[in-house]
Design a protein around this ligand. Structure first.
Ligand SMILES: N[C@@H](CCC(=O)N[C@@H](CS)C(=O)NCC(=O)O)C(=O)O
Length: 203
């Protein structure tokens, strides 16, 4: 197997690297430099027609994209420690939180990135008012998450899971583009410190 990705701050390839670190796994890796548009070259589009990283090349020569799907596949091969839950309820709750973080937090942060940031200005027509309007969505999402995290250690419950990886990579990317967790969201700040203290956070 071989993992195609990009260095930080790209959040989606980092999800898989943190997952691998939590599992104690290593994979052959190849960098796809996004600034050089290597992800849109025909050789890479053969691996993922969307031209996005990460992509996992399987031993049978086929390719898997979507960071969560790649991690689910690796979880199937290496179930311990479980990061997608074990019981049907644990699995559903973690899945719910992955979707909630992606839709409530990652999406507005992505809109701010795409529609206001100088690094993406040449890639699309930016609607800066729309981009800016998403700052309020991010703040609302963090305040909601703060109430959710008031009485538990991790995003989906008492155990660290893939939902924490999604939220951590999202929060760190948000900070990179200048959208940080509000200072007074104490529970989110404490959770972020907890996940940042894990050795996997350096991935
Ligand atoms: N839903 C995909 C998103 C992948 C994605 O957007 N990756 C970014 C890098 S963090 C990328 O390749 N962007 C280039 C593009 O979308 O053209 C996943 O979870 O893997």
């Amino acid at each position: 197997m071989k993992l195609y990705g990009e260095d930080n701050p790209a959040p989606n390839p980092r999800r898989v690297r943190i997952f691998l670190a939590e599992k104690g796994l290593t994979l052959e890796q190849e960098r796809v430099p996004l600034r050089e548009r290597a992800h849109k070259a025909s050789a890479f589009l053969e691996k993922n027609t969307l031209g996005q990283v990460p992509v996992l090349e399987l031993d049978d020569g086929s390719y898997l994209s979507e960071s969560v799907s790649i991690c689910r596949y690796l979880e199937g091969l290496h179930p311990t420690p479980p990061l997608f839950g074990v019981s049907p309820k644990e699995q559903a709750v973690i899945d719910m939180w992955i979707r909630r973080i992606e839709l409530q937090l990652m999406m507005p942060i992505a809109h701010i990135w795409r529609h206001t940031h100088p690094l993406t200005a040449s890639l699309l027509t930016q609607f800066t008012d729309f981009g800016e309007s998403n700052r309020a969505h991010v703040e609302r999402a963090y305040r909601w998450l703060d109430t959710e995290l008031a009485d538990r250690e991790f995003i989906a419950g008492d155990a660290y899971s893939m939902a924490d990886i999604i939220a951590q990579t999202t929060a760190d990317f948000g900070r990179f583009i200048g959208v940080s967790v509000p200072e007074d969201c104490a529970a989110v700040q404490a959770w972020l410190t907890r996940v940042t203290d894990r050795p996997s956070a350096t991935a």
